[in-house]
Design a protein around this ligand. Structure first.
Ligand code: GTP
Ligand code: MG
Length: 464
């Protein structure tokens, strides 16, 4: 991807599914020509304008809002426009085809690559690299916590702090280099003690920022729950009930599920990956045995295990075995919820509770009638909220790993700089400062490498 080409790029910025409305973006030198041909005129700069839209055969295909942003005061820094059209796939296709059909030699109009709008914004100096990444993280943020942590990067001066630290290091280096190039008479009083103190003060901020960013790393972790249990315990039925659709095949025959089935289910404001798995039992069937192995492996790497037990078909020994299985997989009992299924068929009334006393966390449900399902969702949600209750989350920030690594390396460089300064190796200390400063400028993208940029932007959404 070359963001410096002269092409005009187009993309559907909203999801590619039929919906009430869709947002379609155009950026580049042919934006005005497209507007003239599709809208009939160039709308007033930055004013949302109601208009009809015409296709290449001059027929009206939709009516909606269009906003023109005259470059350089636009997201990309180029002429840019956004169409708010009806979100039917047919309407979207006509608008796309109309734009592409107006591509000319030397005035190419083409589909944008992932992240190309953001890359142009960065190349044209509209946003810093870490801001472009943060905007992409905001688009993908699934939890409120992550939105807050990302906004601390976009809107709370993180970039300014980084640039001001880099500038401070430049000033310090200039002072240090003056010591190397001129005599003490010419440079005035330079005290290593003061120099070290100045760096140590900045290290306090740097360490606090690294800590906040490392805490933020947990926000990109996808929460997961694996459903395991004996064959026929009702695991797949339970998954389907929670997902509210037929994700997994259900059958009265034991051993129905073999592969791991994933479904992403919302619990409160959390999006959780649920995995349905093969029922655990003795088997001579190789495929089923592999499914059972995979089930246990998946359970080990999940945040929570839902262990299903058929309420009508278990005894104390069954529960002891279940506990042993969980322990042998090194899963903490705190992270296991035993779910007694098929409550609607319950013949032994409350006796299950007596037997289940040996289990730490348990609950009974019927996926068939829905009894206990609301409570199950509540218990699952509370499990994650409890785990996530930080004393004070105001300081958590969300940064990409490359930025965190740079901050850590920068801090390490400053430490070495102090050591070198204390042992009067001022030339080495100056070099440490130069490297530390470059590490900071790489975060904001003031120093960049084309390959790294391509790698970063290619992971963005199309239309962003
Ligand atoms: N009455 C009743 N039947 C249920 C309930 N849940 C599951 N079943 C039935 O129990 C049988 C097995 O259900 P599945 O969901 O396939 O069980 P599973 O644990 O996924 O089974 P495997 O994949 O074979 O390990 C099916 O006939 C379901 O209709 C329930 O809550 N009530
Ligand atoms: Mg199943």
């Amino acid at each position: 991807m070359s963001a410096l080409d002269n092409d005009t790029i187009i993309a559907l910025s909203s999801a590619p599914v039929a919906s009430a409305l869709a947002i379609f973006r155009v950026s580049g030198p042919s934006t005005r020509r497209l507007l003239k041909n599709i809208v009939g005129f160039i709308p007033k700069n930055r004013v949302s304008t109601l208009s009809t839209f015409k296709s290449s055969d001059n027929r009206v295909f939709d009516k909606g809002l269009v906003v023109f942003f005259q470059g350089p005061k636009s997201f990309t820094g180029e002429d840019l426009c956004e169409f708010q059209i009806h979100g039917g796939l047919g309407v979207i296709k006509i608008l796309m085809d109309t734009c592409i059909s107006q591509s000319r030699l030397g005035k190419i109009i083409r589909f944008a690559e992932p992240g190309e709008f953001s890359k142009r914004a960065y190349v044209n100096g509209k946003i810093c690299l870490h801001e472009a990444e943060a905007i992409s993280d905001l688009v993908n943020a699934e939890s409120e916590e992550k939105v807050k942590a990302v906004n601390r990067i976009i809107n709370e001066g993180f970039g300014k702090d980084i640039i001001s630290l880099a500038n401070f290091l430049i000033t310090l280096r200039a002072e240090l280099e003056a010591q190397l190039d001129f005599s003490a008479d010419e440079t005035g009083s330079f005290e290593i003690k003061n120099f070290v103190k100045a760096i140590e003060e900045k290290q306090v901020w740097l360490n606090r920022t690294i800590e906040s960013a490392q805490e933020g790393e947990s926000l990109s972790h996808k929460l997961s729950i694996t459903i395991i249990g004996s064959a026929n315990a009702g695991k797949s039925t339970l998954l389907n009930k929670l997902a509210d659709k037929n994700v997994s095949i259900v059958h009265e025959e034991a051993g129905t599920t073999r592969d791991i089935i994933l479904s992403i289910i919302a619990l409160g404001n959390l999006q959780i990956e649920f995995f349905d798995t093969a029922g655990i039992r003795e088997t001579s069937n190789e495929i089923e045995a592999e499914g059972i192995n995979r089930a246990l492996e998946q359970a080990k790497i999940s945040d929570l295990v839902v262990y299903c037990v058929d309420i009508n078909n278990f005894d104390r020994q069954h529960l002891i075995e279940a506990k042993r299985l969980v322990n042998s997989a090194k899963i903490s009992e705190d992270n296991v919820l035993f779910v007694f299924t098929k409550l609607d068929l319950n013949r032994n009334n409350k006796t299950w509770k007596i037997n289940a006393q040996i289990l730490k966390n348990k609950i009974a449900v019927s996926a068939k009638t829905g009894a206990g399902i609301v409570n199950l969702r509540k218990v699952l949600l509370e499990h994650f909220q409890l785990k996530d209750s930080r004393e004070n989350d105001t300081e958590i920030i969300f940064l990409r790993k490359r930025s965190i690594d740079n901050l850590i390396e920068c801090e390490r460089r400053l430490k070495t700089c102090i050591e070198n300064a204390n042992s009067c190796s001022l030339d080495l200390a100056a070099e440490d400062l130069r490297l530390a400063q470059n590490l900071l400028l790489e975060i904001t993208g003031k120093i960049s490498n084309e390959l790294v940029l391509d790698e970063i932007f290619s992971k963005f959404c199309i239309g962003k």
